[in-house]
Design a binder for this molecule. Structure first.
Ligand code: IPE
Ligand code: IPE
Ligand code: MG
Length: 254
């Protein structure tokens, strides 16, 4: 789902939080120390998004492919998630954050599935920032599970029906997609939803990402002209008529 932009701030920011392992290696620390520092960076980023009035933050915490890491790193990441769910929820609750875990939960332990569901339901009526934590998530998994849902429902397999069946159907598409850690790839993140996201890649490693790094990404975003398939002249004409910027949704509807 896409939403017309009401101002020049991104409404939905998505982040591939990459570079934890290299942050740790630079300090001769085990990789898990980098992941712990990554949780602290996420806490800081949530606060920065709240301060800036950003509506939705979606972060990539564990990909479908990350199961292929060494078993001790995988179990360390599972433990970190389990602990973070317990330790972070009260503060998220106070800040009015609505928490969602996005991804295939069936491969997670029963205890973990229960903890994620409990954390979600305790924040469901919050109306502040929507925080989507993508865990055991892959863009291909998401499209496949959406297609299965649509097929089972008997609806026609249209773009709209698929869009509504995706795991992020509760939020508009991301406006700005940031990847830290210097790699120039998507790594199976929001393959469908990032169709018209502005991309921003930074060499900064995720544990070092701070408020200034977020402001820098927002400033770059604000310099971009989002055209959604239209010509620059059409954009200028719409702006002088005082219309909001187009969105892919409004153009689809035209
Ligand atoms: C991202 O950091 C966190 C996860 C993928 C879980 P990495 O662990 O990929 O860090 P680098 O890329 O090895 O530095
Ligand atoms: C992407 O980072 C996944 C997350 C940040 C959770 P990776 O480190 O797994 O990506 P690749 O392997 O470099 O593509
Ligand atoms: Mg990485």
């Amino acid at each position: 789902m896409a939403l017309p932009m009401h101002n020049n701030m991104p409404h939905h920011v998505a982040i591939v939080m990459d570079g934890n392992g290299r942050w740790a290696a630079k300090r001769f620390l085990p990789r898990i120390a980098g992941h712990k520092q990554g949780v602290a960076a996420l806490r800081r980023c949530v606060k920065a998004c709240l301060d800036r009035g950003i509506g939705v933050l979606t972060v990539f915490a564990f990909s479908s492919e990350n199961w292929s890491r060494p078993p001790d790193e995988v179990s360390g990441l599972m433990e970190l998630l389990a602990r973070a769910v317990v330790s972070e929820v009260p503060e998220l609750q106070d800040a009015g954050v609505q928490l969602h875990f996005v991804g295939d939960r069936l491969r997670l332990s029963g205890n973990m599935q229960d903890a994620l569901a409990a954390a979600e339901s305790s924040t469901v009526s919050n109306s502040g920032l929507v925080l989507n934590v993508c865990f055991n998530y892959g863009g291909r998994w998401d499209i496949a599970q959406a297609a299965q849902k649509v097929a089972h429902s008997g609806q026609a397999m249209t773009e709209h029906a698929l869009d509504r069946a995706l795991a992020l159907a509760h939020v508009p598409d991301p406006d700005l997609l940031i990847r830290t850690g210097g790699e120039l790839r998507i790594s199976n993140f929001l393959l469908w939803q990032a169709a018209y996201a502005e991309l921003h890649f930074t060499d900064k490693l995720w544990p070092e990402f701070d408020e200034l790094s977020l402001d820098e990404a927002i400033a770059v975003f604000q310099q971009r002209e989002r055209r959604f398939g239209q010509t620059p002249d059409q954009i200028i004409a719409a702006q002088t008529r005082g219309l909001t910027l187009p969105s892919d949704e409004s153009i689809k509807a035209a």
